[in-house]
Design a protein around this ligand. Structure first.
Ligand code: FES
Length: 157
């Protein structure tokens, strides 16, 4: 079930709070944002600047200095499959293998269209296994549901 960008904003707020909202932790926070979402969106930059009491230029400066911090999904579509404990218990390893085979991509790999990455807990553990497609979280994803979601991405945007 889609959760949307409000969910992304809530997760970023949690991350910031987890680091005590300390501006000097910006780089660590950015690493976590990339782990979760694959890239640092403009919305995330605005939110981080607000919540850490930094200017947007300061956050942008750090993001553009480090190669790790992409500001866009690498493929046109970003697919992230949760590898954390609750999802592992509900078959995320098999789902990951299915995704790799059907997309012809390994984790951390990207085609022009799709980047496939791991993520470590999407805050959706009650609905494991969970995945995120283009910033939206989906729960209880079976192999069939995965194929449907990927099929639906095709001409969407
Ligand atoms: S462990 Fe996968 S969503 Fe929490």
């Amino acid at each position: 079930m889609p959760v949307g960008n409000g969910h992304q904003a809530a997760l970023i707020s949690e991350l910031v709070a987890g680091f005590g909202a300390r501006p000097e932790m910006l780089i660590q926070i950015l690493h976590r944002v990339v782990e979760q979402f694959g890239f640092v969106s403009e919305a995330a930059i605005r939110q981080l600047a607000d919540e850490l009491n930094l200017s947007r230029a300061e956050v942008h400066g750090v993001v553009s200095y480090y190669d790790d911090f992409h500001t866009e999904a690498r493929g046109r579509h970003s697919i992230r499959i949760c590898q954390a404990e609750a999802c592992q218990a509900m078959g995320s390893a098999a789902l990951t293998r299915h995704a790799q085979e059907s997309l012809g991509l390994a984790l951390h790999e990207s085609s022009e269209d799709i980047s496939l990455d791991p993520v470590y807990c999407l805050g959706n553990c009650a609905c494991s296994p969970a995945i995120m497609i283009n910033g939206r979280t989906y729960g209880r994803v079976t192999h069939e549901r995965f194929d449907e979601l990927v099929g639906a991405m095709g001409g969407d945007d």
